[in-house]
Design a protein around this ligand. Structure first.
Ligand SMILES: *Cc1c(COP(=O)(O)O)cnc(C)c1O
Length: 459
């Protein structure tokens, strides 16, 4: 069979056998799927040999590019030892080394006097990292001998994954409202979304009135709230919503003052995306529990870590019969291949001084955003580091959004795909999140295509 027949067959089989995530399959079945067969650096290649710039880091996971030699080699080398072994009752070498490395990284962050999280609980994706954090926080208060704290405080527009616990603390109606009857009750604080402030306030004159709302909830309900969970600095899936300076530090202060735990979900913001290794570093914040995944393996393999403070860990210590054990775990917890990839990923951060080299890239992105916001149908263009969002609006003066059914964000992405760039929108927000390794020339091309795509989709 020729290559064209092979490809046609793959397309047919994809449609026959696969149900894609976050995808209206009726639309998918009507379209010609792009099937990736290879790649390298910031590029992906499809089965026809077309090349695409990976403008969303393969859904926010890729850090150092595809087929990065050192990560490839680290995985191959680990394969010569063992592919997988359980963490239930056993340990493994890469998992131990990575835990030590992660804890050192967090401690290195300049922060206040709070003890940093230093006990690493592995799982295999961002949602499970969050489930672990929620269950840990809940059980912690039981062990402290307190009345059970059955609720959490989370934010509107927040996103923490798609499993039911993570959805319970989520705040994106379009994804989450269907499942409302299945969810546990949480308290919802305002999203720190300055462009569309739900309190009709304006930063900095507002003095962070969204935090005052959070404080009102805590002052009334702290005794039933196990933890506050936030995405530090950027509510990513909510639309790349960047919180104003002081907000994150304010959340930390409120958690401390009201005696509730703080969970920082850095699944998206971790590993350099915001310009620092972790977003919490920007405001010198130390959470009680830190959730990591996505970029942890450089975007190669599914791995996650929920890192808790010693204080939380020690509350679970007890005699066997006391049943203080944390009864939670996953089959692929602490997978040695994933941990080996993660160690190689961290080595690259150090050896290639990745964070130190981000300045010019962030500068180019910010120059572009300053121009983009002048477009007739761009209401807001925002970023933190190399994570950015361009919010398209129907009416700039009134901020009236485009009806979401018009799929304006998708029109930009379709334009980009036709011009060799893969991006994926969040409703009316065009997301820009290239691998940190992107070169200035490729970044320039990515931004040009996105600029043209926005002009074309809003013409
Ligand atoms: C992607 C994401 C998750 C969920 O991670 P999965 O690996 O997709 O389950 C959780 N929290 C944040 C902030 C995320 O961006």
């Amino acid at each position: 069979m020729g290559i064209m027949e092979d490809n046609a067959r793959l397309e047919e089989q994809d449609k026959r056998y696969i149900w894609h995530p976050f995808t209206q399959m009726k639309d998918w079945l009507d379209e010609k799927p792009v099937i990736i067969s290879g790649g390298g650096g910031c590029f992906l290649e499809d089965v026809y040999g077309n090349r695409y710039l990976d403008g969303v880091s393969s859904l926010w996971v890729n850090i150092h590019g595809h087929r990065k030699k050192e990560i490839d080699e680290a995985i191959r080398e680990q394969l010569d030892h063992i592919g997988h072994t359980t963490m239930l009752g056993l340990s493994n070498i890469p998992a131990i080394k990575l835990a030590e490395r992660l804890v050192r990284l967090i401690q290195r962050s300049p922060a206040g006097s709070r003890p940093s999280p230093n006990k690493v609980f592995y799982s295999d994706n961002g949602s499970t990292a969050v489930e672990v954090a929620l269950k840990m926080a809940f059980q912690y208060w039981i062990h402290k001998g307190k009345e059970a704290r059955t609720s959490f405080l989370s934010l509107r527009n927040g996103y923490h994954g798609d499993t039911l616990g993570a959805v319970s603390v989520g705040g994106i109606d379009i994804f989450h409202s269907t499942f409302a009857p299945l969810l546990f009750k949480t308290h919802k604080a305002p999203s720190p979304y300055c462009y569309r402030c739900e309190l009709d306030a304006a930063y900095p004159g507002c003095g962070l009135s969204c935090l005052r709302k959070m404080e009102e909830i805590l002052s009334e309900h702290a005794a039933e709230i196990a933890a506050v969970i936030v995405e530090p600095l950027v509510q990513t899936a909510g639309g790349m919503i960047v919180s104003p300076p002081g907000y994150l530090g304010g959340v930390r202060r409120l958690c401390t003052n009201y005696g509730v735990l703080m969970i920082a979900d850095e699944v998206a913001t971790g590993f350099g995306r915001t310009g620092r290794m972790f977003a919490c570093e920007h405001e010198g914040v130390t959470p009680d529990i830190l959730c990591l995944s996505k970029g942890i393996t450089g975007g190669y393999l599914p791995l996650a870590a929920t890192i808790a403070t010693e204080e939380i860990h020690d509350a679970f210590l007890g005699e066997f019969r006391e049943l203080k054990t944390f009864f939670h775990g996953h089959s692929y917890t602490g997978n040695p291949l994933g941990c080996a990839a993660a160690l190689a990923c961290l080595d690259i951060f150090e050896r290639e001084k990745i964070l130190e080299g981000l300045g010019p890239k962030i500068g180019m992105l910010e120059d572009f955003l300053r121009e983009a916001v002048k477009f007739d149908h761009v209401g807001d263009a925002r970023n933190k580091g190399l994570m950015a969002g361009i919010e398209l609006v129907k009416e700039k003066a009134t901020k009236e959004p485009y009806p979401w059914e018009e799929k304006r964000g998708w029109r930009v992405c379709n334009y980009a795909r036709d011009h060799g760039v893969i991006i994926r929108p969040l409703g009316n927000v065009v997301v820009i999140m290239p691998p940190l390794s992107i070169g200035l020339e490729d970044l320039d091309r990515l931004l040009k295509v996105i600029g043209e795509g926005v002009a074309s989709a809003t013409a």
